[in-house]
Design a protein around this ligand. Structure first.
Ligand SMILES: CC(C)(COP(=O)(O)OP(=O)(O)OC[C@H]1O[C@@H](n2cnc3c(N)ncnc32)[C@H](O)[C@@H]1OP(=O)(O)O)[C@@H](O)C(=O)NCCC(=O)NCCS
Length: 137
């Protein structure tokens, strides 16, 4: 994520392209905003800016997951237009499992509906295939 036309990096947004089963717990989207840039809903906006790219990869819907205790992440999912679907347990043998982090909330975004909305222009840079993601600049 970069602020306006400047080069200042304000955070990171990740679009993961993989099977639904592999992404059941991590989700298609991951994000973080540097503490000094928080409070302006940049993560939700960045998610929305990636919808056309996700559609271009053939996705009809996107999943975002959130730690139930992470209020900012939960709210970001809502602000991105995602609908809460369920809370699931992380298996003990999964890399995301931690004693204080054993559940995720799963949110779904229907891209067909969302991409009809007007999106602000964004410069989207695809990472090499090995990067398994893309970033909005
Ligand atoms: C999640 C994160 C990316 C959001 O950053 P951001 O886009 O700047 O989000 P904002 O600070 O504008 O907050 C978004 C919403 O969450 C709310 N929120 C933020 N912190 C909150 C808290 N501690 N409790 C309740 N609500 C909170 C904000 O009020 C805002 O909602 P509103 O505009 O309707 O009032 C950022 O907090 C972060 O980088 N956290 C660490 C990494 C992380 O948790 N990533 C998510 C993993 S999936």
């Amino acid at each position: 994520m970069r602020k306006g036309q400047t080069t200042a990096k304000i955070g990171t947004i990740r679009l993961r392209i993989d099977s639904t089963e592999v992404l059941r717990l991590p989700g298609h989207l991951g994000f973080d905003v540097k503490p000094e840039y928080r409070g302006l809903r940049y993560a939700a906006r960045s998610c929305r800016l990636l919808f056309p790219l996700a559609q271009a990869h053939g996705l009809a819907s996107l999943w975002i997951t959130s730690d139930p205790k992470n209020a900012a992440s939960r709210r970001t999912c809502e602000l991105a237009g995602a609908k809460y679907i369920e809370t699931v347990r992380i298996p003990r043998n999964h890399e995301m499992y931690a004693k204080d982090e054993c559940f995720v909330r799963r949110y779904k975004i229907n891209l067909r509906k969302k991409c009809e909305a007007t999106l602000a222009p964004a410069r989207i840079a695809c990472l090499p295939r090995s990067g398994r993601g893309a970033r909005v600049t």
